[in-house]
Design a protein around this ligand. Structure first.
Ligand code: NAP
Length: 284
């Protein structure tokens, strides 16, 4: 078993499984539909959106990109979402963030009907996660869900383990904390006010780094044999670096994700998984 967790390969396997599932859904009458709404032309967003589109097309999802100019009004955007909410061919709606400053992101996210919120950011979906409602339809945010799938597929035990998460954002830190808690880990969440970060990471069996600071988690902060999941994407002098100093951390970790090729591809695969889930929920 490799020490390096190959997120690219795991994500590809998942996408191929979804492709088979979509073939069956097609026989049933309809393939899943995903609509991505992008406002403006932020280069990073353009890259993410084209990766999402490519992945969707490859597995047979009917994906559509709606591009709007930077100066679209909030009302126009909300009207568009309303249209998509009512379109039976659309199973999943994703509004690529960030939005221009004159548009209230929170309002836009809340305008998506929760059963089409394949990004898992709507408060109904986060609320269902945070209150442990597994029985109702619930979409989990793609990056944290991708981390869980990765741990599952690698056979890494979560139950009873100490997990330390560095970062408490709504899109990564908080939801991964809840997903790990639901699987019976003992969870510690660290942030910029944490007094002794090293003490917190050093006692963890699973460390999740989601900070956005290149290589801040170093090998001496990791317990021998721990599993290290690096969510960070930092572009430094044209190079892509994680939040973990890979070279020193890999000496002590039992398993570690690389950047790139770790969590990133899993995030996109989970968007596909959520879209298939949405199609199954909506029916033909
Ligand atoms: N691979 C993927 O698909 C994917 C997806 C999403 C994000 N990312 C990447 O993951 C990273 C984090 O993203 P995010 O959206 O969660 O970031 P974010 O919203 O900026 O949150 C960063 C978190 O790190 C904490 N923090 C900052 N400095 C710290 C320090 N010195 N010690 C401890 N905690 C500290 C902050 O604490 P406070 O709350 O106290 O400010 C905050 O909670 C970024 O590099 C982002 O690009 C990758």
């Amino acid at each position: 078993m490799s020490k390096i967790i190959d997120g690219k390969k795991i994500a590809q396997n998942i996408r191929m499984e979804l492709k088979d599932e979509i073939k069956n859904l097609k026989k049933d009458g309809r393939v899943p539909g995903l609509t991505v709404v992008m406002v403006g032309n932020n280069p990073a967003s353009e890259t993410y959106v084209s990766m999402k589109e490519k992945a969707a097309e490859e597995i047979g999802i009917n994906s559509r990109l709606i591009k709007k100019d930077e100066d679209i009004s909030e009302k126009e955007l909300l009207d568009l979402i309303d249209e998509l909410n009512n379109d039976p061919a659309v199973d999943g709606i994703l509004v690529q963030l960030p939005l221009p400053e004159h548009i209230d992101e929170k309002k836009v996210i809340e305008s998506i009907v929760p059963d089409k919120d394949v990004d898992g950011f709507h408060p109904i979906n986060t609320g269902r996660l945070f209150s442990g409602q597994e029985d109702s339809l619930r979409y989990e945010a793609c990056t944290p869900l991708g981390i869980i799938r990765m741990l599952e597929r690698e056979g890494i035990e979560i139950d009873g383990k100490n997990a330390t998460i560095v970062g408490r954002s709504n899109i990564v830190g908080k939801p991964i904390a809840h997903l790990l808690l639901e699987r019976h880990a003992t969870v510690t969440i660290c942030h910029s006010h944490t007094k002794d970060l090293k003490a917190e990471t050093k006692r963890a069996d699973i460390v999740v780094a989601a900070v956005g600071r290149a290589e801040m988690i170093t090998g001496d902060m990791i317990k021998e044999g721990a599993v290290v999941i690096d969510v960070g994407i930092n572009r430094i002098d044209g190079e892509l670096l994680g939040d973990v100093e890979f070279e020193s951390a890999k000496e002590v970790a039992s398993r570690i994700t690389p950047v790139p090729g770790g969590v990133g591809p899993m995030t996109i695969a989970m968007l596909m998984e959520n879209t298939v889930k949405a199609r199954k929920y909506h029916g033909v």
